[in-house]
Design a protein around this ligand. Sequence first.
Ligand code: ADP
Ligand code: MG
Length: 353
Amino acid sequence: MEHVGLHNLNKFYGQNHVVKNVSLEVQKGEFLTLLGPSGCGKSTTLRMIAGFEVIDSGQVLIHGRDVSNVPANRRGIGMVFQSYALFPNMTALDNVGFGLKMQKLDARTTRGKARKILAEVGLESVIDHLPHQLSGGQQQRVALARAIVREPEVLLLDEPLSALDAKIRIQLRELIKDLQIRRQITTIYVTHDQEEALSISDRIAVMNQGVIVQLGAPNEIYARPADPFVATFVGTLNKLPGQVVDTTTGMAEIAGHRMTVPALIGRAGRVTLGVRPEKIRLYAGDANLGTGEAIFSGVLKTIALFGSVVRITVLLGESEVKIDMLNKEGVLEARAGSEVRFGVPVENLLILN
Ligand code: ADP
Ligand code: MG
């Protein structure tokens, strides 16, 4: 069931057309992320949904009702910002209870509800602390509690984790997802961080220059990017220059190697192909080579340990090819400067242009 509907939303700042005909349907209980580079119009879109920004044309519907002219505080929406935006002179408990108090809820019920939700976000031990006595992560937990204490139908979050360091970011990301699932809150989340978007969303709308360029489940976006922008913005991508040699068979010369790429049938001239680092296989000395793969040889440049994953960079002529492998026995024994072979499965080549 459609819960939030955006219909041809447009926003201009002077001559600058920053949101262009954005249309989107968010289902009830869905977690949808607006993902795109800085300045592409994500926050402006979110603020129009929230009612903090005038809509130049188009509509925002909630449960099918046009709320475009309904004031922000009457749209049934909770919002979390990057800057926690807490009242500095109020305790965590009072920050969370403030909205309920404004709704004329009695003091006891207010405290009870605020206390309960603070426990749910893991802050029971610091409810009497002022914001300056809390860490960034704790302050954002308060902001999250404040946004959901009134049980909004829709939760909007604008880069809520961007000010936090890596470990805390992951903890909070998991908390947000847990709360969202437990409470089945329809959520629209804004981020420029593709990894965050891939890990947390039911669907992602990738935006570029005010336009939604692709809408889909995380792995649809990752595995079948709609255009070169999405392919390079989401995830890491190796680019290989190619030249089609035979249009009818898809035979091409790619980084100096001839191979048949069925997806190139009907194409001619120069092409750029892309391949994800984890699709490439590195071969040790006399290993059997796979079939359906194009085999390249290059010089191993660096080995970087990411923890569970190892990223190996290989020089292939002028270009660098990144290969991701699980950190299993032997992987870290490869030596910089040595000649290596690697296989690119032909079916995993993305055609970028
Ligand atoms: P994002 O959140 O994706 O980084 P924004 O929605 O904040 O992008 O901004 C989109 C574009 O609109 C940017 O070019 C930004 O400079 C411009 N912009 C945002 N807010 C205003 C404003 N209040 N006045 C003028 N231009 C603005
Ligand atoms: Mg923004």
